[in-house]
Design a protein around this ligand. Structure first.
Ligand code: IVH
Length: 706
């Protein structure tokens, strides 16, 4: 897409623009440069996964463009980087016809199926051996895009294959979909593309965590998350979900010259004549096509080998795939083979082993959570799925159980895709024998016996007894957990053990454990006691946002905890915040504000904070008194490769806590590159810039700890 020369020139443009931003001297004449630079950096970030500037720098350029366009609305163009974002809600998604029907694919499940299909393909084409293009089968929601005169004019869902819904506004929120692309340089006037919208595994996990924070049921898998997101009426919400799109097929195009007939022009590239050339074209035009993943192979045996190899990499991919797609590469040959009403004869899907299995629902247990929520958990006959044995599945809440019409004794279909938690897809009703029993929900807490309540606007039953032993245990487990106070050697098992023995009664008790008694327990050597004591001591100095998160305030996840910690210098001061004050904080709506307000106006919670402070915990923001041992003020850092001791986010957090800054890419502005395992191009690049110091993870830890 960008030659090295163009890359260099755009980097210079970026540098000049950033300097102008700093000096506040950006002018209208810079508008084209701003757009080119922003498009270039979006491509680096969303397509190549290799940003050259930090998010902060990108945002500062973006804001300048917004400002200029606001002052000069006449200069706004439809494919300006600012024009993705839409204001207001979409009224409806009108039905539109696809230029070419969106067919499905024939499925195959093993080598024999493929050998059979290859034989038929050879018969139909009269070839001895066929050249195939093999690529992943992305597991998301399929879309069609139309570009006319280089501009994205329409995006639609598959619908029934003939007609779909016009979701152009939502498609524009997907940053890997270019708003314009130079198809004209291939002599193409109009083109219809096919692709798949995905939510990658990481975004999916984060999204489900957010749902959990709001007590909403998690989405079953990234596929449902993608298709559901495409039909949301608020485009800004679509944007927040970080969708991605792979484009893998050009279903139709017309040429610019001679009313649609092909004419060679010396300056233009030729329109593609093979599938692989069309993937290359898309890649060159800035789309995310499976350019790197595809392979051109002769004969079916090589295809089978590649499919099997690719299957073994499945878990390591950032997104879900459910198989491979094998396509006859040559377009002329494809035309000769034609299609049925259901699928093209020139392509076939090779489906990977299903991550589904059937099992029997033996019983439903009811677990009490940290906030008293009662969660039904299905206990099923052990069933192996995708390399793990599943025995226990959360059913989330009563509504989910009712919607699925589950009964004890049912044979159930269980799915576990990738690293996603398993879930029950449905009961196999046709296998019922009449002996199945209804699932009865308890009216009283299974632990403390208190009467359960169900607030009107919620789907969850709750035990409102804050001293219910299971809630207390869950609160302590959360408090010591890795993302909260991170008291490593504590763990759930120890919390339960100490609680049962009466060594630990509530959260503050973590800081007053009777070590003389613990020492006498089996399995507690000097070393493990030492480790535990050190970890507990170290937790007293955790930054404030971790404590805020650890307190387990309802609806306050890690992100909101950071917002809260930033807003204050002494935690108990929140008791002086009104509901309105709280709602002025970033991303804090009425529901979250209500919960925070309640927390800081509850005398038990205030007492809890006092006790924690008396135990030496830090209730103040540490930002102002930077760690003298490792003051990183003004120093810039970048991480590459996989770290073994810290999560990437934790490492970055440490840098920021010490006053340092994280950069988006390797440049002469970078002071330190911290290198984990399998570091790639960033390390190579950094080695060429002598001023950059390269640190291993251990060196980094030593450095930061002074
Ligand atoms: S080609 C006419 N290629 O799988 C050819 N489809 O089960 C159209 N899919 O409806 C399809 N990855 O939504 C093709 N690399 C890929 C694909 C792919 C995923 C989806 C597509 C299709 C479905 C059929």
């Amino acid at each position: 897409m960008y030659s090295s020369e163009q890359t260099r020139s755009l980097q210079l443009t970026t540098k000049a623009l950033l300097e102008k931003v700093k000096a506040n001297t950006v002018k209208v004449k810079d508008i084209d440069d701003l757009r080119s630079a922003l498009r270039f950096h979006e491509h680096r970030y969303y397509i190549l996964n290799d940003p050259l500037i930090s998010d902060f720098e990108y945002d500062s350029l973006y804001k300048q463009l917004e400002k200029l366009e606001e002052a000069n609305p006449g200069l706004i163009i439809p494919d300006s980087p600012t024009q993705r974002v839409a204001k207001g809600l979409t009224k409806d998604f009108p039905t539109v016809q696809h230029l070419v029907p969106m067919l499905s694919l024939e499925n195959s499940y093993n080598a024999d199926d493929l050998i059979d299909w290859d034989r038929k393909a050879k018969e139909l084409t009269g070839e001895k051996e066929i050249e195939y293009c093999v690529e992943p089968k992305f597991d998301g929601a399929s879309i069609s895009l139309i570009y006319e005169n280089d501009i994205l004019v329409r995006g639609a869902t598959r619908g029934d294959g003939v007609e779909g819904d016009d979701i152009t506004t939502n498609i524009r929120q997907i940053r890997s979909v270019p708003l314009s692309a130079k198809f004209s340089s291939y002599n193409i006037q109009q083109i219809e593309l096919r692709g798949e919208v995905l939510m990658n595994k990481n975004s999916f996990k984060k999204y489900n965590e957010q749902l959990a924070e709001q007590n909403l049921p998690p989405l079953a898998n990234p596929r449902n998350a993608a298709s559901g997101s495409l039909r949301i009426k608020d485009p800004r919400e679509v944007s927040r979900r970080n969708l991605e799109a792979f484009l893998y097929h050009a279903s139709y195009f017309t040429l610019k010259d001679e009313g649609g007939k092909k004419k060679k022009s010396s300056s233009a590239n030729n329109p593609p004549e093979t599938h692989s050339a069309s993937l290359e074209m898309l890649w060159d035009l800035g789309f995310r096509s499976p350019q790197k993943e595809k392979k051109i192979l002769n004969g079916i045996q090589a295809v089978i080998k590649y499919c099997n190899e690719f299957e073994s990499t499945r878990d390591g991919l950032p997104y879900e795939i459910d198989g491979m797609v094998i396509k006859v590469n040559d377009f002329a040959m494809q035309d000769k083979m034609g299609m049925t009403t259901h699928h093209p004869r020139w392509a076939i899907a090779f489906k990977f082993k299903a991550r589904q299995g059937t099992s029997k629902l033996l019983k439903v247990e009811f677990q009490v959570g940290r906030t008293g929520s009662i969660t039904p958990v299905a206990k099923i006959e052990p069933v192996p799925i995708g390399g793990v044995t599943v025995t226990s599945i959360s059913l989330f809440n009563e509504d989910v159980v009712r919607e699925k019409d589950l009964k004890i004794g049912d044979t159930v279909l269980v799915e576990r895709s990738g690293d996603v938690i398993p879930y029950i897809v449905k009961p196999l009703i046709e296998l019922r024998n009449g002996k199945e029993k209804n699932i009865v929900f308890p009216t009283h807490c299974p632990i403390c016996g208190n009467k359960l309540v169900k607030p009107e606007d919620e789907a969850v039953w709750r035990c409102v007894n804050r001293n219910c032993p299971e809630q207390v245990i869950a609160r302590i487990i959360h408090f010591v957990s890795k993302d909260a106070m991170d008291i490593r050697s504590f763990g759930e098992a120890n919390v339960r053990k100490f609680f049962e023995l009466g060594f630990l009664e509530d959260v503050p008790g973590v800081y007053g454990l009777p070590f003389d008694k613990i020492r006498k327990l089996e399995g507690f050597g000097e070393k493990s006691i030492d480790n535990l004591q050190t970890a507990i001591e170290a937790s007293k100095k955790q930054p404030l946002h971790r404590l805020v998160y650890a307190l387990g305030i309802r609806y306050v996840g890690e992100t909101t905890a950071k917002v809260l910690a930033k807003a204050i210098s002494y935690l108990p001061d929140f008791k002086n915040f009104s509901l309105e004050d709280l709602q002025h904080l970033e991303d804090v709506g009425p529901k979250v504000a209500g919960s925070i307000y309640q927390f800081f106006h509850d005398k038990d919670n205030i007492r809890l904070l006092e006790m924690l402070e008396a135990n030496g915990l830090n209730l103040r923001t540490t930002k102002s008194k930077k760690n003298a041992a490792g003051n990183l003020d003004g120093q810039t850092f970048l991480f590459t490769g996989t770290l073994s001791k810290l999560k990437r986010t934790e490492a970055e957090e440490k840098v920021e806590e010490h006053g340092g800054t994280i950069l988006g890419g390797v440049s002469s502005k970078l002071n330190y590159l911290v290198v984990g395992e399998d570091a790639g191009s960033k390390l190579e690049k950094a080695k060429k810039i002598p001023s950059i110091k390269i640190l291993s993870e251990n060196e980094f830890l030593e450095f930061i700890n002074g």
